[in-house]
Design a protein around this ligand. Structure first.
Ligand SMILES: NC(=O)c1ccc[n+]([C@@H]2O[C@H](COP(=O)([O-])OP(=O)(O)OC[C@H]3O[C@@H](n4cnc5c(N)ncnc54)[C@H](O)[C@@H]3O)[C@@H](O)[C@H]2O)c1
Length: 297
């Protein structure tokens, strides 16, 4: 996500510093940006000169001190609260008080991340979608303390990167889009695990009946079943709403490492497509299993 956000921001004309603690990740990010820009040039969506200039505006660094002087810092590290909070603590020390601190979290409440920052009124959610260069939406999310100025600056930033913004006015778990996709995938998985309909037919029904470009199960495979499961766990933890309790099928697929395209198998098979991206080291240890509790609603 970080490389995609860097790409669209630099194409929009801004200087970007892409920061990752892992040098290998930075090399992979630059290679991904190059190959994405090449595809844009081949399809005549971007000129070769603009692509070259965009690449020239991106520098890389392994330490967050490189964010000093930034107008906006967009965090896109692992989806784990302590990791994000540590980044926000450091950014608060490194950046000027007026620097907007944005998070690309999919489901963690912005207010919880902002609790680690100084001046929480400058913390805002900028939820981009994958693949960032292709997907036009940016979901802006207000934390409890997010100020109008930070929201306006985040909107200007996303729009300069070619995105259309929607605003989530209350910091509810999963915001609007993650809540929707989790509810949709959970119900789809329940229908399949109850034997009501096959995975293939369920996705066909959504494509042909609702006009969705992809069914929810293929979407889960593309996003990563581990990512969806983790997101719905976060929403369930926050809301105690049983519809967000991850169905057994999702939890078993994650336990088996069948997490979608990146592992070669999920709801569907993707033989030969595995990127081997998922490892416990990258995602951290799995949290203790959730227990179902009565809904507070
Ligand atoms: N992948 C998606 O489809 C998607 C979509 C929308 C939002 N998101 C959110 O975006 C964020 C990133 O997701 P991703 O899929 O790109 O994750 P990823 O695991 O591919 O990349 C995260 C990167 O953060 C780096 N990192 C970890 N800790 C760091 C630190 N302290 N300082 C600097 N770099 C650090 C890691 O080395 C890694 O390269 C998550 O919050 C995720 O929920 C992901």
């Amino acid at each position: 996500m970080g490389s995609g956000i860097a790409q669209v921001t630099s194409l929009g004309g801004s200087d970007v510093t892409l920061i990752d603690t892992d040098e290998g990740a930075l090399e992979r990010a630059l290679a991904a940006i190059r190959s994405s820009l090449d595809r844009f040039v081949a399809k005549e969506k971007t000129s070769a000169e603009d692509a070259e200039a965009a690449l020239g505006r991106i520098t890389t660094a392994t330490g967050l001190e490189a964010a000093a002087g930034a107008e906006i810092a967009v965090e896109a590290v692992f989806e784990r609260l302590p990791v994000k909070q540590e980044v926000f603590r450091t950014l608060s020390a490194v950046c000027a008080p007026e620097t907007v601190l944005a998070t690309n979290t999919s489901a963690i409440p912005i207010t919880e991340i902002a609790a680690a920052a100084t001046h929480p009124e400058r913390v805002v959610g900028t939820h981009f979608f994958s693949p960032v260069p292709m997907m036009r939406l940016c979901e802006l999310v207000r934390g409890l303390h997010t100020g109008d100025e930070a929201l306006a600056k985040a909107r200007a930033f996303a729009e300069a990167a070619g995105k259309t913004c929607v605003v989530v006015n209350r910091d509810v778990a999963g915001f609007a889009t993650t809540r929707l996709i989790c509810a949709f995938v959970n119900e789809a998985a329940r229908l399949v695990e109850d034997g009501v309909i096959s995975a293939e037919d369920l996705d066909t029904a959504c494509r042909l009946g609702f006009g969705h470009p992809m069914g929810p199960l293929a979407t889960a495979d593309l996003t990563g079943i581990d990512v969806i499961t983790h997101a719905t766990e976060n929403i369930y933890e926050d809301t105690a709403d049983p519809k967000f309790f991850p169905p057994a099928m999702l939890r078993r697929l994650v336990a088996a490492g069948e997490i979608g395209r990146k592992s070669g198998k999920g709801f569907f098979d993707y033989e030969g497509l595995s990127t081997g991206l998922w490892t416990t080291e990258r995602r951290g240890p799995r949290p203790a299993p959730l227990r179902m509790r009565p809904s507070s609603r």
